[in-house]
Write a protein that binds this ligand. Structure first.
Ligand SMILES: *[C@@H]1O[C@H](CO)[C@@H](O)[C@H](O)[C@H]1NC(C)=O
Ligand SMILES: *[C@@H]1O[C@H](CO)[C@@H](O)[C@H](O)[C@H]1NC(C)=O
Length: 417
């Protein structure tokens, strides 16, 4: 009897391990190195020769999915980035390492062309009104090599026509000497005109709000945007480094609440803590001086829980990267934000080194890009290996049998009757 029990225990343990070892996401694309769809081989050779294209300097950081396009951003941290905003076509049988196409075209990706070109794009967001929101930092370089050929500008494209329908330069008062704004969240309310963009200033410690209707912006400041001085040490991809100054970065927006507003969840990069604020506050520019108590700290996620990218689906399930653990996590906002309500849903110590962006598409799939960013920045990549990956999986498959699983209709019925 005892032996039987032991055997059962061993078997069930093995089953558990097997479940953990199963990678549920499906690899869509992988690249050793990025390449671009130049008009022809002659143009490509010319770009290589005059160093307008230096393949090893191209690191993809942000993604977005809209219909059959997967957008990919490549910041101009070094020379030789031919285009910063790009896409690849999604279709059955697509090549595993497709070339990047400039979006909407080459001309719109000219470095230093402030009026009609984009210089450096990090994160992008498509909204339900078929618009693509793109923040151009206008910068070239990274860290102490950064120059600013152009000002920060928000570009909005109509995805049905591939035309830019808005360009808005941030006001001087929206930034400061330390500003580094690389992330964007988009909040569409009752109509497509009722739209706001939120931009996180990671090194200048601010949150900038842009109103589509008023075509103007304002800036919130708060001590919750600052890094936790005890959370600045990182060990990723075999490297130890300190990102101690990095403040507010990842943001996600809840579904619309009963009061007609969403809740924004955000976290500084050098921090293991999540914070929240209602968009009722953010949308109100008269609040910028008096909103201290509108911001709420949530429970600490515990160690090894730095996160940069997050997104929430229509039912309020948040997906986020766990950059210290080469992993993706989830939290169902029907549950309180507590450690035991957070789950790790995917992990891979090879293919998920620095999952740099996480997105959800309209068909309820989660998409992840990983890019080994610390290795690129602090050491070097081995271009014989696959360095950049894009994965996707249906939300329901990813959260099945985890604490993030959505209640079944029967359960909800029991709860509310
Ligand atoms: C820039 O920073 C790097 C490392 O962080 C350092 O090696 C280099 O000397 C710095 N350059 C300047 C011009 O300050
Ligand atoms: C919005 O403001 C920008 C200033 O950054 C201006 O150039 C642009 O014409 C304005 N657009 C609209 C639609 O008012």
């Amino acid at each position: 009897m005892v032996r039987m029990y032991r055997l059962l225990l061993v078997v069930s343990l093995m089953a558990l391990l097997a479940v953990e070892a199963t990678f549920k996401m499906q690899e869509v694309f992988r690249w050793k190195q990025m390449d671009y769809a130049f008009a022809d081989e002659g143009k490509r050779n010319e770009a290589l020769f005059n160093k307008r294209f230096i393949p090893e300097n191209n690191l993809p950081v942000g993604i977005e999915i809209w219909n059959d396009k997967l957008f990919v951003s490549v910041p101009r941290w070094r020379a030789g980035i031919p285009s910063t905003l790009n896409y690849v076509q999604l279709y059955k049988g697509a090549p595993e390492s497709p070339k990047l196409n400039p979006f909407p075209d080459w001309k719109s990706n000219e470095v230093g062309n402030c009026e009609t070109g984009m210089t450096t794009v990090y994160r992008i967001k498509a909204d339900k009104c078929d618009r693509l929101w793109v923040l151009d930092t206008g910068t070239f370089g990274i860290g102490n090599t950064t120059t600013n050929p152009c000002p920060y500008a928000l570009n909005v494209f109509d995805l049905r026509t591939n035309r830019r329908i808005r360009r808005y330069e941030l006001r001087a008062a929206d930034t400061n000497a330390n500003s580094f704004i690389a992330n964007i969240a988009v909040d569409v309310g009752k109509s497509c005109d009722d739209a706001f963009a939120y931009l996180s200033d990671e090194l200048g410690y601010g949150l900038i709000v842009y109103s589509w209707q008023e075509n103007t912006s304002w800036r919130f400041m708060h001590s919750f945007f600052m890094p936790d001085p005890l959370a600045g040490d990182f060990n990723i991809g075999g490297l130890n480094f300190q990102w101690g100054e990095e403040g507010i970065f990842g943001m996600s927006l809840s579904p619309m609440q009963h009061d007609g507003f969403r809740t924004m969840f955000f976290s500084p990069l050098a921090s293991n803590r999540e914070f929240s604020v209602s968009t009722r506050t953010l949308r109100d520019k008269t609040k910028v001086e008096s909103a201290y108590f509108d911001f709420t700290p949530l429970e600490d996620r515990g160690p090894l829980a730095h996160t940069t990218a997050r997104v929430m689906d229509e039912d309020g399930v948040q997906f986020f990267n766990l950059i210290d653990q080469n992993a993706i996590g989830c939290w169902n906002s029907l549950n309180p934000y507590r450690r035991n309500n957070l789950a790790m849903i995917e992990r891979d110590d090879e293919k998920l080194i620095f999952p740099s962006d996480v997105k959800v598409d309209r068909e309820a799939n989660v998409w992840v890009m990983s890019d080994r960013m610390p290795n690129f920045l602090l050491s070097s990549l081995n271009f014989e290996e696959y360095n950049f990956h894009v994965f996707f999986a249906p939300i329901n498959v990813l959260i099945k049998d985890t604490v993030c699983e959505k209640p079944t209709p029967q359960f909800l019925y029991a709860l509310y009757r």
